[in-house]
Ligand binder design. Structure first.
Ligand code: ADP
Length: 632
């Protein structure tokens, strides 16, 4: 696959007719699908041979669900399906378990639900299964993912959990997939001590359920105190949403905050209720509305409400599904105090309500259009490549040379050491090192070199090339600066080269202190995050590329105006978005900005902002290239 995918990339960059390009695209995609299949097979064989190890780590369940639903929302909204999630208030958020595997299961179930649903909704729910006493150390939680899709016939209900089984071959053709997702998920659930089951009705929808017993973890001390909900108590709020489940969830949340909600299913009904309440002398204080459908959509409703309160305030929170983001962003929005993307997160919703009431910082920062940061000119690098396999070596040499770099290729670790020894000091900018090579492998060679550097000084960046993410620990331990997954993806390679350029263009000391994960777009980690789904990752990348300039200009504006509340809010949002891409500097700077503004200590904000901008520029390049390569 290394050779197939790599050669496809090289071929793509040659002069091809339109027809030839289509062919290359087809076999590139086929190769990627095969890679996905191999990863799934590896996963299932790990579970079956009992070598799948579960991690135990403290995690925040609410955050895990929020992030997971956020990334899945794009797919759902692109099909016009509502995606909603709710965690019952008595479910503890801080738990111990394996968050990565839990996310893998949820991504699989939600992904299936979206895939097999043409209209309606997908709802994820977590509640307590047993009423354990408060003193007990564990909680048995019930997870469910339900959809309003095509359903599964009764006689197939059990077989869908088997390997390579799909309901029928015609759906296979229509929907694609490998038939391994549920087999993997159900086995992982079993390993975690639960059982994955399904209820389904053909044409009505399906519901997948599992229970897990998880240990309650301590609440981390760091972090901001949750905002005070007291100002919301007793307030009358009108909720307009055409999806009954979402309406129910919103209603439940505000009731939990002791507000008094009334709900409506469309704009006209909402407007009638708003007016009636006003005439009766019991006006609503807040409107929460989905973007809705004509004749009276959410924006028009917000405007009418705004005018009816004589523009004294803008009491509207607008909720927008991602596929209608342009409507929400593009037009002037008189009357909208705060705008949120769906699915709505509890914490963000609370903050939005408080802000709409003027209790949580300024209402909105104007979305002045920003320019995308300029692309820095690319400097060629001198690369030492150590790779024993002739096909992979040729491929890597070609990839590098096509980009103007100078390559010296060797085929063992000891040859690499000899080449470095022979060459003038700093003759190479970077070593790309295979891990498994005859005579001396990449790990040993690196260990040797690092030892030498201890007395001689210097730090030559070394990037491993490996087929196994599992080696990450060893790779970093011996002093390598990062790794590239085989088959080598040109975009990921470029991101690593960017990182090398970045560290060399900075002060040398800073370069030595940084770790290689700084390549702003850490493709390997980002892919692992979405379970290897390249298409999903490229959808996410496109979304971030759309959002980043706007967020950045809001940040600049907030910093100019010394508005720490706005700065904190936008930095937090950006940090969340960046976390999906496992970037380092950009994420850290957003985090730092958020912390500074929380302390209202803005003296160093301009520097942090500048670093953030630069890092975002590098990230955008990597993401844009990735999205270009992988969009279908
Ligand atoms: P894949 O989705 O790759 O085909 P899975 O193991 O995840 O593999 O699912 C196996 C089969 O179960 C699917 O092909 C489909 O026929 C059926 N299935 C899974 N989830 C759903 C769902 N939410 N609605 C309808 N059918 C489903």
């Amino acid at each position: 696959l290394n050779a197939i995918l790599g050669m496809a990339d090289l071929l793509w960059e040659t002069e091809l007719s339109h027809e030839q390009k289509q062919y290359v695209k087809v076999f590139r995609t086929a190769g990627e699908n095969l890679l996905g299949l191999i990863n799934d097979i590896l996963d299932i064989s790990r579970v079956e041979s009992g070598t799948l190890t579960l991690e135990v780590a403290d995690f925040d369940l609410n955050e895990l669900l929020e992030r997971t639903c956020e990334i899945m929302a794009m797919r759902a909204h692109a099909k016009g399906i509502e995606l909603a999630f709710r965690v019952m208030p008595d479910v503890p958020s801080f738990l111990a378990g394996d968050p990565f595997r839990l996310r893998q299961i949820l991504i699989n179930l939600i992904g299936n639900a979206i895939k097999f649903t043409e209209k309606g909704e997908v709802v994820v729910e977590v509640k307590r299964q047993k009423p354990e006493a408060d003193g007990q150390k564990t909680r048995t939680l019930h997870f469910s993912v339900r959809d309003t899709g095509i359903g599964i016939p009764p006689e197939k209900k059990e077989t869908v959990f088997e390997k390579f089984t799909q309901v029928d071959s015609s759906t296979t053709r229509k929907y694609g997939g490998t038939g391994l997702g549920l087999a993997i998920s159900s086995r992982i659930v079993e390993r975690m001590g639960g059982q994955l089951t399904v209820e389904s009705q053909v044409g009505k929808g399906s519901r997948f359920d599992f229970g897990l017993s998880l240990r309650v973890a301590a609440i981390p001390k760091a972090g901001a105190a949750p905002p005070d909900r007291a100002p919301l108590a007793g307030l009358r709020v009108l909720i307009a949403d055409d999806n009954a489940t979402s309406r129910g969830i919103l209603e439940q949340m505000v009731t939990h905050w002791k507000m008094r909600p009334v709900t409506a299913a469309d704009g006209e009904a909402a407007w009638r209720l708003w007016e009636e309440a006003r005439r009766a002398g019991q006006p609503f204080e807040l409107l929460v509305t989905d973007i809705l459908a004509p004749p009276l959509d959410g924006l028009a409703l917000a405007q009418k409400v705004y005018e009816s309160v004589e523009r004294a305030q803008a009491p509207t929170v607008l909720l927008t599904p991602l596929n209608r983001r342009n409507e929400a962003l593009g037009s002037a929005r008189p009357g909208v105090a705060v705008s949120l993307w769906k699915p709505v997160k509890e914490s963000a919703f609370l903050a939005a309500l408080l802000r709409a009431l003027g209790k949580g910082g300024p209402a909105k920062a104007s979305p002045a259009e920003a320019q995308t940061p300029p692309t820095p000119p690319q400097r060629p690098l001198r690369v030492l490549l150590a790779e024993d396999d002739p096909v992979s070596r040729t491929l890597a040499v070609r990839l590098l040379e096509k980009r103007g770099h100078q390559v010296t290729a060797v085929s063992t670790g000891s040859e690499a050491l000899a080449a470095i020894e022979r060459a003038a000091p700093s003759a190479f900018d970077l070593v790309l090192m295979d891990i498994q090579m005859p005579e001396m492998g990449g790990l040993d060679a690196t260990a040797h070199l690092r030892k030498k550097e201890q007395s001689a000084g210097g730090h030559l960046p070394i990037i491993a090339m490996t087929a196994h993410t599992l080696q990450e620990g060893q790779i970093l331990e011996v002093g390598m600066d990062g790794y590239l997954l085989k088959p080598i993806d040109p975009v990921a390679l470029e991101a690593r080269l960017d990182w090398v350029r970045g560290t060399q263009d900075e002060r040398p000391k800073a370069a030595a202190e940084r770790s290689a994960k700084d390549g702003e777009f850490d493709e390997a980690a980002a892919l692992a995050y979405v379970g290897g789904d390249r298409e999903l990752l490229s959808e996410m990348a496109e979304l971030l590329l759309q959002d980043a300039p706007r967020l950045l200009s809001s940040l600049r504006q907030a910093a100019d105006q010394q508005d720490s509340a706005a700065l904190e809010r936008v930095a937090h949002k950006l940090k969340g978005a960046l976390s999906h891409f496992s970037t380092r500097t950009a994420f850290e700077m957003a985090e730092r900005l958020e912390a500074m503004s929380r302390r209202k200590e803005l003296s160093e904000a301009p520097q942090a902002l500048e670093q953030l901008e630069q890092a975002l520029g590098r990230l955008s390049n990597g993401l844009a290239a990735f999205a270009r390569n992988h969009s279908s």
